[in-house]
Design a protein around this ligand. Structure first.
Ligand code: SF4
Length: 363
């Protein structure tokens, strides 16, 4: 289950070849020749994380681990060095690519950012550009030393792939299939770290959910389901097991207003079984997509009443004019201090129009 506006947060990582001389137009298959180097020699590998966001690139960590296993020299790309091969990784389609010449015999690029194009404010996903990492790289223990700060006592990975939902703003179904299936055990990327960050899209839709949640429980690590959990699939049994997994925050989404009748009992059930506090339960609320403003406010208010923290996501936010009601709603809801002081949107708007009041609140 991805968060609302999940295209902003997707962590799908596949590599395809780009227009280098050696690989142009051909899928990346490093083991087809039986050699990892151009002539079976030790290679000098450079790694580029194009987005440089606050999240480690899992494919780059896996590629690093695999190349190091072959005896290759691996490092972050430096413009002052020469490389046999450079890997570029990009998650977001809107991130600017590296603009300068790359000093390498071969360049391989991959990630969602290279497969999704924005055409007239609509994202178009091109499956042909999306090639999986080879099995032996996909399933290797990541080289966490590539991101020493971000991975401090923290493991990153996914246990499942795919999602049966077909949310119209999300590419997951086309990219990864409409069945959530198990692709790894936690031991594949976890080795005793205190924290585990998961990027699964919909782990609760996987038929092996019980085995996987049990694995997570047994790690006793602090688990973060970064892609969120699909509350619509919550059951008594799942909630009981999730309760036993150590977690700081939990993430859900209520994107479609029309899910109201079905989703509210699920939120209620989960709260009753786990007893988790409001501050721990975060629900992404998608706006500016197919709901009215009244429906946005209603979802936020219902969630507050039920003991969940709403977090407003704005679809195509950059298209909204300054001062738009949705932007005000987002400011009100997403600032926990303001949200706890102002109980209704109307109250917040009155304060927002009065600098004196805002100052009195210390906002
Ligand atoms: S299709 Fe699945 S992963 Fe994508 S937003 Fe919907 S529930 Fe989340």
């Amino acid at each position: 289950m991805n968060k609302a506006s999940c295209s902003l947060k997707q962590q799908h990582w596949y590599f395809s070849s780009c227009g280098s001389k050696e690989t142009s137009g051909q899928p990346y298959r490093p083991t087809e020749t039986g050699q990892h180097g151009l002539r079976g020699e030790v290679m000098n590998i450079g790694l580029m994380d194009i987005d440089s966001h606050n999240f480690p690139s899992i494919p780059l960590m896996k590629l690093s681990a695999w190349h190091k296993k072959q005896g290759d020299h691996v490092e972050r790309y430096s413009e002052f060095c020469e490389y046999d091969r450079v890997y570029k990784s990009k998650v977001f389609s809107f991130s600017d690519d590296y603009q300068y010449a790359i000093n390498a015999k071969e360049v391989i690029q991959g990630g969602s950012g290279y497969c999704i194009k924005n055409v007239d404010d609509i994202e178009i996903y091109n499956k042909l550009l999306d090639i999986n990492l080879p099995y032996e790289i996909e399933h290797i223990y990541p080289d966490y030393s590539l991101y020493p700060e971000l991975t401090k006592d923290t493991a990153y990975g996914r246990l499942t792939l795919g999602c049966p939902r077909q949310c119209s703003f999300c590419h997951t179904g086309v990219k990864d299939g409409l069945v959530s299936r198990k692709v790894a055990c936690v031991s594949e990327f976890w080795d005793g770290q205190k924290n585990i960050v998961l990027i699964d899209q919909n782990i609760l839709a996987c038929r092996d959910w019980k085995e996987l949640l049990t694995q997570l429980k047994e790690t006793k690590a602090n688990v973060k389901f970064d892609g969120g959990l699909d509350i619509r699939l919550m059951t008594n049994e799942k909630a009981q097991l999730i309760k036993q997994i150590k977690q700081q925050n939990m993430y859900f989404a209520w994107d479609r207003y029309q899910d109201k009748e079905m989703i509210l009992p699920k939120f209620k059930l989960f709260k009753e079984i786990t007893g988790f506090k409001e501050r721990k339960l975060i629900v992404y609320v998608l706006t500016n997509y197919d709901t009215t403003f009244e429906q946005d406010v209603e979802r936020v208010e219902i969630l507050r009443e039920m003991g969940y923290w709403a977090y407003v996501m704005v679809y195509n936010k950059y298209l909204l004019p300054k001062g738009h009601e949705i932007l005000k709603l987002q400011r009100w809801v997403n600032n926990r201090f303001i949200f706890s002081k102002c109980k209704t949107f109307k109250e917040y708007k009155n304060l927002d129009n009065s600098n004196v009041s805002i100052r009195l609140l210390g906002i």
